[in-house]
Design a protein around this ligand. Structure first.
Ligand code: 6PG
Length: 242
């Protein structure tokens, strides 16, 4: 197992720890004269992190060297309250520290198959390639109560091993179409950070961290087979069963 668990009092403290990782990495890249390629998740948990980055890291992070991508997107327009880009815009991007040309959103309003192709090609063009897959510097992941991560759900585990870097998925309950990075793209990242908060995550997280026998049914558990440390930044509630 390659998990490292960092437990904090609450979402704010866990988010601060993740913000510090992004800060450190961005300074290193900036000193090397390189860009930092980051893929963000959506959902409710990272909202705190994005607000914190906007409020407290404006003058600390060298924003101009950051290229932003998304781990997944719901197939809705960017103005829809479900949009991951929309949420990130409202909490962070509207402060406009990051140059607009460095922001590579997944277009949830476009025909999903076409957008999968476009995003896949964009990643090929923009990012370094290793093991036949694009390489992000940092991938920020969340985890759903059902153990899904990105938009890889327990009923589409095959996306973990897809030969493509980007794929279409469907939310198993709402039927909402999604576009997601696949497992091998995620595992290819230099650094993989999970930010997981709240009591509703505790039961699944315990099974994953303890490597319990049937935990591989959870997509998030399979990211742990990556040949690198996968860091879990969690709050006390998510970690309450550990
Ligand atoms: C999404 C995601 C998804 C998310 C988890 C956790 O678009 O929904 O990127 O993988 O990280 O569902 O979401 P919450 O933070 O809302 O629990």
């Amino acid at each position: 197992m390659h998990y490292k668990t960092h437990i904090y009092e609450d979402n704010i403290q866990a988010s601060r720890a993740v913000a510090e990782v992004i800060l450190e990495k961005s300074i290193t890249k900036s000193n090397e004269g390189k860009m930092l390629n980051v893929a963000l998740s959506g959902g409710s948990t990272p909202q705190q992190l994005f607000s914190l980055l906007a409020d407290e890291y404006e003058n600390l992070i060298p924003w101009k060297i950051i290229n932003l991508y998304w781990v997944d997107e719901r197939c809705v327009p960017p103005t829809d309250k479900e949009s991951n880009f929309g949420m990130t815009y409202d909490t962070l991007l509207n402060k406009s520290f990051i140059p607009a040309e460095n922001i590579y959103r997944i277009k949830g309003e476009d025909i999903p198959n076409n957008e999968v192709e476009r995003y896949k090609n964009l990643l090929w063009k923009n990012l370094p390639v290793k093991n036949g897959f694009p390489v992000f510097d940092i991938i920020l992941l969340g985890m759903g109560d059902d153990g899904h991560t990105a938009s890889i759900f327990p009923n589409n585990l095959e996306l973990l091993n897809s030969e493509y870097s980007v794929a279409q998925a469907t939310h198993p309950i709402s039927g909402q179409k999604r576009i997601t990075l696949t497992g091998r793209t995620i595992c290819n990242a230099e650094q993989i950070l999970f930010l997981i908060c709240g009591k509703s995550k505790a039961f699944v997280l315990k099974q994953i961290i303890n490597n319990e026998s049937d935990s591989k049914q959870f997509p998030a558990a399979n990211i742990g087979i990556c040949e690198r440390i996968v860091d879990f930044y969690i709050d006390k509630e998510a970690g309450s069963l550990l």
